[in-house]
Design a protein around this ligand. Sequence first.
Ligand code: C2E
Ligand code: MG
Ligand code: MG
Length: 448
Amino acid sequence: MVKILVIEDDELIRETLLQLLESQSYRVIVAQNGRVGIQMALSEVPDLILCDVQMPEQDGYEVLRTLRQNSLAATIPFIFLTAQGAKADFRRGMELGADDYLTKPFTKAELLGAISSRILKRQTITQPLTEALQQAEARLNDLVNDSTTASIVCPEKLALEALLRRALAQGEFQVYYQPQVDFASGQIIGAEALVRWQNPDRGIISPAEFIPLAEETGLIIPIGEWVLLSACAQAASWLAAGFSPFKISVNLSARQLSDPQLKARIVQILETTGLEPANLELEMTESALVENAAVAGATLNELKALGIRIAIDDFGTGFATLGYLKQFAFDSLKIDRIFVRNANEDAKNAAITTAVILLGHSLNMTVVAEGVETEAELAFLRENQCDIMQGYLFSRPEPAPIFESLLVADKRLLGSSLATVSTRVIPFVPLSDREKSKNLSISGLGLA
Ligand code: C2E
Ligand code: MG
Ligand code: MG
């Protein structure tokens, strides 16, 4: 189904367009201002965008300029809707890369005509790519089913790479959120964003399966950018809804760390989503740092200077030496789950975990335990003054709506175990106001 994003600050016009386009069997998503529109364009990757020109804060020109600079949204057909019919305005829109310009009032036929011609043109342009992807997919299936070709790696990789590209273009990635819980207050004080690939044929594919290839091919750059944007937008919306304190942790791979554009991309994402740098934490493994230590170190310092927090992930499992803790000023240290597992009864794990907590604290770092699965591990970590826990015991990584229900229910650690506190009233603002006003009047817009 063709997906259309409508960016319009006037609620009546927005709802009218929504009803009209839905009646024509388009899938419609709506944004009430330019900032939300940019976020939705990048997270949903629609087939076409209808955008009002005059909006407060970020106007339609600003929206288009931002999207045309972004690899994910640069080619989405973009139609301006405006009350200004002046030639100069028209030219300005076209120079920025708009595909069409409809001056209000326009007729229903004009609107639908403009939409269908743009969608037809896009389908013609993307057709060869779709065919190539279908061939690659068929090739991948052949390889998977044919045991004699098991040793041939490259064609399979090429096919998987093509599938990854398509996944990105068609919005098959999703971000899951796993709570991080503060031992002192028992509350959820943040989340780690973990990417998932929802493949139409194979279901959910874990990052362990596709991140290494994405790294190798460089696709981790646009995928990582998309994860960062989605996670920052989501965190900003939870903070705006009153869930505070809240910090979002996002994983960065080696390739992203040596990308000279990384800082600029992150600054742009923070500006677009309105998230404060202090609410963002970037996780990197020792191995990612070792791979390109000089560039990664410089990038890391620049990001820290912006006020972003930096965490060392899977601590103790990589190739780094303790010298890295001296060289880089990390804010958090995440103890890998191989050391947390059974730390309450495994003497070696107990020794390593307690030593790492002490080390982290003496270097002024917040210590996070990963992969906490049992009440006994939880009690051990609490006793040894670990700061934050993350693990299946509290919650698995979940899609945003399920994670949000944990926030709303105020699920927390109480005493030595888990509890849901239902008495706390949270000033909750729903993420989308799309549902509430579907039955508005559709008169007075000049849509005939
Ligand atoms: P990580 O950053 O160390 O993330 C924690 C992993 O541990 C997640 O696996 C999470 O689902 C899993 N986990 C959490 N609690 C438990 C537990 O109690 N028990 C067990 N057995 N596992 C637990 P996931 O989501 O499969 O991610 C695997 C790795 O893939 C991540 O390890 C991270 O290195 C990478 N990754 C995930 N998302 C991204 C991303 O957006 N960008 C990059 N560059 N890497 C990512
Ligand atoms: Mg991590
Ligand atoms: Mg980890």
